[in-house]
Design a protein around this ligand. Structure first.
Ligand code: SF4
Length: 370
């Protein structure tokens, strides 16, 4: 598989999405009632104790490794903070056993590899306690660039990397570039980043979907892989270049990319994985060679029509979108599985179709956490 990054296409994708986001009223898909930025479900009481809240964000990031949706990670950690706020206080949490902490995560319905999360969380709380007075907000003191954020926060795995990073540069366990940008984005969103500086959007499945669909990452000989960095690294660089060259707001760029992938590709029936997939051949054969592959015929069924009309059939990138990334292999096994997109617009008459307008009266509802 060869991946070719194309900066002009990156510009076109982000320009298009930002124009939709900034128009009044917001244009599709950003006017859908489910266009919810996860931070909007955070209850007010959680923002009262800044130390707990900043550390809470670090813990949430540890759950954002692709096996759980952002909203579920937020909801789970809101439950933890409500019942066990000490989970986010380094000096207290360190005295709890692993089993107790795992019990807390399980009780609060967080799904993840709990043992790994707890190991990382334990190391991170020690790190915060040692260098930052137990308060993640101190990570931002004197921080003025993406490069310094990487030096401070990215986990250094080798002795050489640690030596180069210098004092306190071993970083936070489990934090690679994606997580560093995610933490900066959350802190920036809360208004804590002062001064603000350019940083890339968290390069996750939703970002990759937009990048591949819009042709910013041209893929030759697509294949399945667990190596997310094949896609995320070049995409991150192009987004950072875009933000720097245009002096763009990193929050807006992160929001539109995440929402687009989530609302459009994520809701498209073409990114669904059928339950029976994987039984035949376990990935040894191409999808179209499997006997249960129904392709076009399947998606012409009226059951899929509405979702297709809300996603691929009205998508601004459908001309360029040849590959889709289904959610299930990504969330369950961490696999980026590139599948040929069935061009349903070639089989359905879309000449009369326009972007859904029935959401216009209720743009961006904020769902309260329940
Ligand atoms: S055409 Fe469908 S799969 Fe492709 S980017 Fe648009 S919504 Fe996503």
């Amino acid at each position: 598989m060869i991946i070719e990054p194309l900066y002009e296409a990156t510009e076109a994708i982000i320009n298009e999405l930002l124009a939709r986001w900034r128009s009044t009223p917001k244009r599709y898909p950003f006017n859908r009632p489910d266009a919810i930025i996860p931070q909007k479900i955070i209850p007010d009481w959680l923002r009262e104790n800044k130390q707990i809240f900043a550390n809470w964000y670090v813990a949430v990031c540890l759950h954002m490794k692709g096996r759980i949706t952002s909203l579920d990670a937020f909801r789970g950690h809101i439950r933890v903070a409500e019942k066990y706020p000490e989970f986010y206080i380094p000096r207290i949490v360190r005295w709890h056993s692993d089993d107790t902490l795992i019990k807390i995560l399980t009780e609060c319905r967080l799904t993840s590899d709990h043992r790994n999360v707890i190991r990382d969380w334990r190391m991170n709380t020690m790190h915060l306690d040692t260098y930052y007075h137990g308060n993640a907000i101190n990570l931002l003191k004197g921080l003025t660039s993406w490069e310094e954020a990487i030096r401070r926060i990215k986990n250094k795995r080798t002795k050489k990397e640690r030596k180069e990073a210098g004092y306190a540069g071993e970083g936070l366990n489990g934090f690679q570039e994606k997580m560093v940008s995610m933490l900066l984005y959350f802190f920036d969103w809360e208004g804590w980043l002062d001064p603000r500086f350019p940083y890339p959007s968290p390069s996750d499945i939703q970002n990759i979907r937009a990048a591949i669909a819009g042709g910013a990452l041209r893929i030759i000989d697509p294949d399945s892989t667990r190596r997310h960095d094949f896609f995320t690294a070049p995409w991150r660089e192009m987004v950072l270049r875009y933000i720097r060259e245009r002096n763009e707001n990193p929050i807006d760029v992160a929001d539109v990319l995440w929402l687009f992938g989530n609302l459009m590709c994520g809701n498209s029936p073409l990114t669904e994985t059928r339950i029976d997939e994987g039984i035949n051949g376990s990935g040894l054969f191409d999808e179209e060679n499997l006997p249960h592959h129904l392709g076009v015929e399947k998606f012409l069924h009226p059951a899929y029509r509405r979702r297709l009309e809300e996603t691929c059939l009205v998508c601004p990138f459908r001309k360029f979108c040849h590959l889709v990334i289904p959610a299930q292999p990504y969330y369950k096994k961490g696999i980026v599985d590139l599948r040929r997109r069935i061009k349903m617009e070639e089989h359905i008459d879309i000449s009369q179709l326009s972007e859904p307008v029935y959401f216009d009266k209720a743009p961006n509802l904020e769902f309260k956490f329940s």
